[in-house]
Design a protein around this ligand. Structure first.
Ligand code: ATP
Length: 447
């Protein structure tokens, strides 16, 4: 019997009160793995534009990719929809607009284009439906159609010509939703010691915080992010979990790859909600504003400027930002916040690359030629007077001194606790992958 690849995209199942698209995906994995079909990849967890205002949490969507007899496709779709409807009935709240998209065959370039756009930009719903029609996908939504954007975008990013990472996500038993997550902190520290070079964002040592557990009422117990499937599974086995684990799945994902960032040359190219990399020079000195946020501005080669902000939660990163001075050549990385009546369009800093430091020149009053004490100025363009010996001079002028810079050129990031899903941590530089894994490990989900 002829086989075909069926791609199943899911999104917007969750709401702030509960439910989660990856959780639904993990339930589908259990159900589908009992059918006569083969998963051709780990479930793909695709993080989309992190700046869109209507996301619940991390703007994630999931694609499942299976090889199945052509004649079974309709039956599988019905089974999937049955599970989706049941899940929505149990967990989804009014605000979510759950959607499932189905597509068979190779991913067309139009669909790939749509996906990348959804990661980097805001896309209108009618564009999603145009693509659905063009590529002959099938979109089913409940409660509103918005989830189709993410579900379609997940299908269109098979992570086959781009960098990727893995995340093992474990889920809680329902009776524990909303309660504190019971895992041993020591075991997480131990795991990080053993696997810290191949996993990332486990712990924030600056404040001693474990980062593998979320805090909301959602079903996620923990997530371990790493470079390959074997490692995240080994690392998971080291964690002492003191509550029941309902299920776990290893996802292949665009997390920690910087896929959302687009390099722009000029400020005028920057639109709200994009994530950009802009090279320029520091125009206005950083200043700390209410709330502890640090703000400065950067100018491009056309002398157009844009504000950049390092928020208070970026912790020690702000100490680097504060040392910038006008003239420093930098690359700023971050998502853009749209303008409002109180502020202009602003780049929310995710990373800062210092390319060239300007000379820090300061002007000081001259020393008294008589007694060596620092003289005082009687006012702008007026004489200098020595308060020690009384010597006065109209000919002496301010002396220019070079203040050594403590800052060093290089790439700087906020501490791990301030990382969003798509941001690539420093430790991943040089570990980027270009081809998908050759095979799937035997045990990648439970049950
Ligand atoms: P979680 O991280 O828990 O999965 P979430 O943050 O993914 O939650 P959703 O509830 O999925 O949030 O809501 C995101 C909604 O925004 C979805 O309906 C999705 O289709 C839509 N969306 C995603 N990316 C874009 C985009 N670039 N432009 C327009 N809409 C988008």
């Amino acid at each position: 019997m002829k086989k075909t690849v069926l791609h199943i995209g899911l999104d917007d199942v969750d709401s702030p009160e509960g439910g989660c698209t990856t959780h639904l995906a993990s339930i589908l994995v259990e159900k589908l793995s009992k059918e006569a079909l083969k998963f051709i990849d780990y479930p793909n967890l695709i993080r989309l534009n992190p700046n869109i205002p209507w996301k619940t949490r991390g703007n994630g969507a999931v694609a499942l990719r299976i090889l199945v007899n052509e004649n079974f496709v309709d039956r599988i779709i019905n089974n999937v929809l049955h599970v989706v409807v049941k899940y929505i009935g149990e967990f989804s709240k009014e605000k979510s607009q759950p959607s499932a998209v189905f597509f068979t065959g190779n991913i067309p370039s139009k669909l790939r284009w749509f996906s990348r756009k959804t990661v980097k930009d805001i896309v209108p719903l009618n564009l999603a439906f145009k693509v659905v029609e063009k590529v002959k996908a099938k979109a089913i939504s409940f409660n509103g159609k918005r989830g189709v954007i993410g579900a379609l975008a997940a299908i269109g990013e098979p992570l086959d010509n781009t960098d990727y990472t893995f995340e093992l996500i474990a889920y809680r038993a329902e009776e524990n939703y909303g309660k504190p997550r019971l895992i041993s902190k020591e075991s997480v520290l131990e795991m990080d010691k053993l696997f810290g070079t191949q996993t990332f964002l486990n712990v924030d040592y600056e404040i001693g915080k474990v980062l593998i557990t979320p805090h909301g009422p959602d079903p996620v117990l923990l997530g371990i992010r790493g470079e390959n499937a074997e490692i995240v599974l080994e690392a998971f086995k080291k964690i002492k979990v003191l509550e029941p684990i309902e299920r776990w799945v290893i996802f292949r994902t665009n997390q920690a790859t910087d896929m959302h960032l687009a390099e722009v040359k000029y400020v005028k190219e920057i639109k709200p909600y994009m994530s950009v990399i802009l090279k320029g020079y520091v125009y206005e000195k950083p200043k700390t504003i209410r709330g502890g946020h640090v703000v400065f501005s950067v100018s491009d080669s056309l002398e157009d400027t844009i504000s950049c902000i390092a928020y208070e939660p970026t912790g020690s990163f702000r100490n680097i930002v504060k040392q910038l001075i006008p003239g420093d050549v930098v690359k700023v990385y971050g998502g853009t916040r749209p303008p409002s009546p109180t502020h202009e369009i602003t780049i929310n800093l995710e990373k800062l690359e210092i390319l060239k430091l300007a000379e820090h020149i300061a002007y000081r009053n001259p020393k008294c030629p008589n007694c060596g004490k620092t003289m005082k100025s009687a006012g702008k363009n007026k004489e200098f007077k020595c308060t020690n010996c009384g010597f006065k001079s109209k000919t002496l002028s301010k002396i220019c001194i070079k203040i050594p810079r403590k800052l060093r050129p290089g790439l700087y990031t906020p501490p791990p606790r301030a990382f969003r899903h798509l941001m690539k941590p420093l430790q991943r530089y040089g570990k980027e992958k270009k081809t998908p894994p050759k095979n799937i490990i035997p045990k990648w989900h439970h049950p």
